[in-house]
Structures are given as structure tokens and as C-alpha cells.
Design a protein around this ligand. Structure first.
Ligand SMILES: NC(=O)c1ccc[n+]([C@@H]2O[C@H](COP(=O)([O-])OP(=O)(O)OC[C@H]3O[C@@H](n4cnc5c(N)ncnc54)[C@H](OP(=O)(O)O)[C@@H]3O)[C@@H](O)[C@H]2O)c1
Length: 225
């Protein structure tokens, strides 16, 4: 039975990822920052809950220490939006630092600490929940400064890891989930979480080490950097 770790799993895409991974036969270590949220209603023998603020190295270490089986899949899902400041004068730099830490640095921190567990199972897949807003080529409307920059940095961290991790049989998948109806995506979003996650699971299923570092939408469409 494959074993997965999902961050930010108490609501939104993380919760749906947990639900569908369990349905597909994974053992899931689902982590939440403070509140269990929707995880409290998911009753499954292969579901393990643990609290983890992805900014805190000691939280990550203590969760990973409890996983004795090794890992086959790490889904770096936890993320935050920014204030979408109306203009450049309004950028709040404390918030910029927080967004960069959670969206760009924390997934690297989690991945680094998960490597021994991936090695234990002979490799695996690491998924980064990125965004089309990371795309420099697609950035027409501007703004959302910190969110865009954080996801672009995440993409580069991921591509930069590719060579070293390929040697360890670990494949990296950078995925844009679509504009999804969650707290972050809002009620006008055209894609439902279950549809997005079905697509993400298909992308995980087809992922090979040769595909490592690709940047795709949940549908499989390749995205421009
Ligand atoms: N929805 C979209 O349209 C969309 C589009 C492109 C990319 N994405 C990306 O997809 C991912 C999931 O988004 P979503 O729409 O599901 O967002 P969401 O509904 O706002 O949920 C975000 C999740 O991240 C968790 N989180 C935030 N900061 C954390 C921290 N420091 N430590 C641990 N967990 C933390 C939240 O936990 P709390 O409940 O504790 O806050 C929550 O579980 C994000 O990376 C997002 O950037 C979403």
C-alpha cells in the first residue's frame, strides 16, 4: 500500500487530496496547522492525522519521525494568498516575507526532511502545488506580487532540485490545480475541488522520473514558465 504525506489537509484542496488518495488505496499522513477542520469527519483506517505548521522545522521533524513505513508520495499543498495589493505603494513587506516562507521555502523544507523516508521506499514523487500565477510568460495583469513571486520561486527551487533527486529515483511534479472553488479560490472559481484533484491524481499516476520537473495544469496541459 503506497504511503503519502499531505500538508495543509484540513480544508480546500488538501482535504480533497486526502479523501481521494485514501479512496485510491493510499495510506495518508494528513497534516494540519491548528484545526483538524474537515479531517475530523474523514474516518478511515489508513488515515493518520498530525499537526504541522510548515514554517516550523521541529513540527516537520516530529511528524516525519512517527512515519515508520517510509513515503512514496509527498504533496506540498499548504499555501497562502497575499493581499493582492491594489497598487505598488500598498505592498506590505512583512506579509511578503510570510508568503515567501510558506509558499516557496516551506515546501523545500518539508521535501528536504522527507528525503530519508522517500529513500527508504526506493524513491517516489514529490508534488508542488504551484499556480499559473507563477508563470512569467503568462503575467499580463501583474499585481498579487508576493503570491506570484513565491510560486515562481517554488518552481525554480523545484527545477533546481531535479538533478540531485533524479539520482535518488525521486520525481518532482509542479502542478497548477486550476482556479478552484476553495477559501482561496473563492465562490466564482469555475473548477470544483473534486474535479481538480481527480486531474492531479491522474498526473501523479502517470508521473515518471523522466518527467521530473514538468509544470502542468491539473488537466495535463503543459504550462509556460
Ligand atoms: N484554489 C485555487 O484556485 C488555487 C489556484 C492555484 C494554486 N492553488 C494552490 O493550491 C494549494 C491549496 O490551495 P486551496 O485553494 O486549497 O487553499 P485554502 O483553501 O486557502 O487552504 C490552504 C491550506 O493551507 C494551509 N496552510 C496555510 N499556511 C500553513 C502553514 N504555515 N502550515 C500548514 N498549513 C498551512 C491552510 O491551513 P489553515 O486552515 O490552518 O489556514 C489550509 O489547509 C495552495 O498552495 C494554493 O496556493 C490554489
Amino acid at each position: 500500500m503506497p504511503v503519502a504525506l499531505v500538508t495543509g489537509a484540513n480544508r480546500g484542496l488538501g482535504l480533497e487530496l486526502t479523501r481521494q488518495l485514501l479512496e485510491s488505496g493510499y495510506t495518508v499522513h494528513a497534516t494540519y496547522r491548528t484545526s483538524k477542520g474537515g479531517l475530523a469527519d474523514l474516518h478511515h483506517p489508513e488515515l493518520h492525522l498530525a499537526s504541522m505548521d510548515v514554517r516550523m522545522p521541529e513540527d516537520i521533524a516530529s511528524v516525519l519521525q512517527q512515519i515508520k513505513t517510509g513515503l512514496d508520495l509527498v504533496v506540498n499543498n499548504a499555501g497562502v494568498s497575499d493581499g493582492r495589493w491594489a497598487n505598488i505603494e500598498e505592498i506590505d513587506f512583512e506579509k511578503v516575507t510570510e508568503v515567501m516562507d510558506i509558499n516557496a521555502v516551506a515546501p523545500v523544507r518539508v521535501t528536504q526532511q522527507a528525503l530519508p523516508l522517500l529513500d527508504q521506499n526506493g524513491g517516489g514523487t514529490v508534488v508542488m502545488l504551484s499556480s499559473l500565477m507563477a508563470s512569467i510568460a503568462d503575467c499580463q495583469s501583474g499585481k498579487s506580487y508576493a503570491y506570484r513571486a513565491s510560486k515562481t520561486a517554488l518552481n525554480m527551487f523545484t527545477v533546481a532540485m531535479k538533478k540531485e533527486l533524479t539520482d535518488r529515483n525521486i520525481s518532482l511534479l509542479i502542478v497548477h490545480p486550476g482556479w478552484v472553488e476553495t477559501d482561496m479560490g473563492g465562490p466564482k472559481a469555475p473548477v470544483k475541488a473534486d474535479e481538480s484533484v481527480r486531474g492531479i491524481l491522474e498526473r501523479i499516476e502517470e508521473q515518471t522520473v523522466a518527467m521530473s520537473g514538468r509544470f502542468v495544469e491539473y488537466t495535463g496541459r503543459t504550462l509556460p514558465w
